[in-house]
Every structure is written in C-alpha cells, then in structure tokens.
Design a protein around this ligand. Structure first.
Ligand SMILES: Nc1ncnc2c1ncn2[C@@H]1O[C@H](COP(=O)(O)OP(=O)(O)OP(=O)(O)O)[C@@H](O)[C@H]1O
Length: 211
C-alpha cells in the first residue's frame, strides 16, 4: 500500500542524511508506530511520506505507483486525495467552527460543502464530539480538539493517515480515545503511521518501526 525503497533525506547538502537508505512496507489496514531517539527523523519521515518533502535518494510508492518525486502539482493532488494528517497540537484554525475545520480539506480536494457536510457531522459523532460542531477550538478540550483533528484527517476518506505525536499533549483517557480513533481508521484497509515516543501508543501499535 505505502512503501519506501532505499529512502534517504537531507535538509541540505551539508546536513546529516536521515533514514540511511531505508526500505519498508507500511501494511494496509494496520497502524505502524515510528519511534526512536529525538532527532532521528520521525517527524521528517511523516513529511516525506506526506509528500511535503522530496526524498534525496530512493522513492515512495502508493498503491505501487511512485509518488515521491512527482511534480509539485501531482504531489499536492495525491496529498489532498489520499493522505490525512494529524499533528500533536491539533492545529485547528481558531477562527473556524469545529464543523468547518473538518470540512475544509474536502474543499481543497475539489468537493463542495453541501456534498460533505453530512459526512463531517457523522465523523464528529463517531468520534464522540458531535455535540461540539458549532464550537471554536478555544471552546473545546485538547482531547476533543485532537478527535476533531482525526475527523478532519478522515474527511476525504484517505488511504493513508499520518499522525505526529498525536497523544503528546494528552492525559491518558484522552490519549486512549485518540488512539482508538486512529486504530479505528485502519478498518477498511487504511494505512496509519504514527510518529511517537508514547509507550502507550507503542504498546497498541500493530507494528513498530524504530529509526
Ligand atoms: N526544517 C528543518 N531544516 C533543517 N533541519 C531540520 C529541519 N527540521 C528538522 N531538522 C533536523 O532534522 C533532524 C530530524 O528532525 P525530526 O524533527 O524529524 O526528528 P524527530 O525524530 O522527529 O525528533 P523529536 O523526537 O525530537 O521530535 C534533526 O537533526 C533536526 O534538527
């Protein structure tokens, strides 16, 4: 489903090379936790898998198609259609309602609000934050915001979800809810990749990739 072959990345010609020619298959329908010491490149790997950074060497394959070295436009399209992101601090726009935040990535993917609003409401309900649709991010808890971020990542029904320390700022109960939501996202064959130091997430991952 999602695969890297001979992958290396450096931020500049003089910077250290990360990943050292790594090859790995991120299995369909499973959650892989990427872990390892600080600075080893966990976040960077998510940016590379998310087609925001291009490999210095090697390639990324999505459904067996090479995607990592494609043009900016092609990578943007792949990203909008096939990849959902969840960041550590939810990164919700403070000026938008929760519902509007969830709908926004669908608009980038070329769909209209009316086509996706019902799906967005359903996702928020499934994640236990249906009652928060009209709230702003400042009016909900960190755990609720992170569940909204998961709903936002799922709105385009992406093949891949990439999450960077999604439980980093959460207490155990909220971490559990977010983890359950991410594991639920693997049902139906999605590939979920989580960069994390959290032993709780590592314990519950289907696979662990140590950098
Ligand atoms: N935008 C950037 N420009 C240049 N170097 C960067 C940039 N972002 C990260 N780096 C460097 O790349 C290396 C990998 O960083 P990255 O944040 O991916 O590591 P990490 O394993 O996620 O670390 P942490 O566990 O501390 O979050 C580090 O040496 C970091 O300093």
């Amino acid at each position: 489903m999602l695969e890297v072959r001979d992958l290396s990345f450096a931020y500049s010609p003089t910077a250290n090379e990360l990943f050292d020619g790594m090859s790995h298959v991120f299995t369909r329908g499973s959650m892989t936790a990427v872990t390892g010491p600080s600075g080893r490149g966990k976040s960077t790997l998510l940016y590379v898998l998310g087609l925001m950074l291009q490999p210095t060497r090697g390639e990324i394959y999505l459904r067996s198609e090479p995607v990592g070295l494609a043009s900016d436009r092609s990578r943007s399209l792949t990203r909008a259609r096939d990849i959902g992101f969840v960041f550590q601090d939810a990164s919700l726009d403070p000026s938008r309602s929760v519902l509007s935040s969830v709908i926004e990535p669908a608009l980038y993917a070329g769909r209209r609000r009316g086509q996706v609003a019902q799906h967005a409401v359903l996702l928020l309900e499934q994640l236990g934050v249906g009652g928060r649709s009209s709230h702003r991010p400042g009016q909900i808890s960190g755990g609720q915001a992170q569940r909204v971020a998961v709903a936002r990542a799922l709105i385009n029904d992406p093949a891949v979800i990439l999450a960077d320390e999604p439980t980093g700022n959460l207490d155990r109960d909220n971490a559990e809810t977010v983890l359950t939501a991410l594991k639920g996202a693997t049902l139906g064959g999605r590939t979920v990749v989580v960069a994390t130091h959290d032993p709780f997430v590592l314990d519950h991952a289907d696979e662990v990739l140590e950098l």
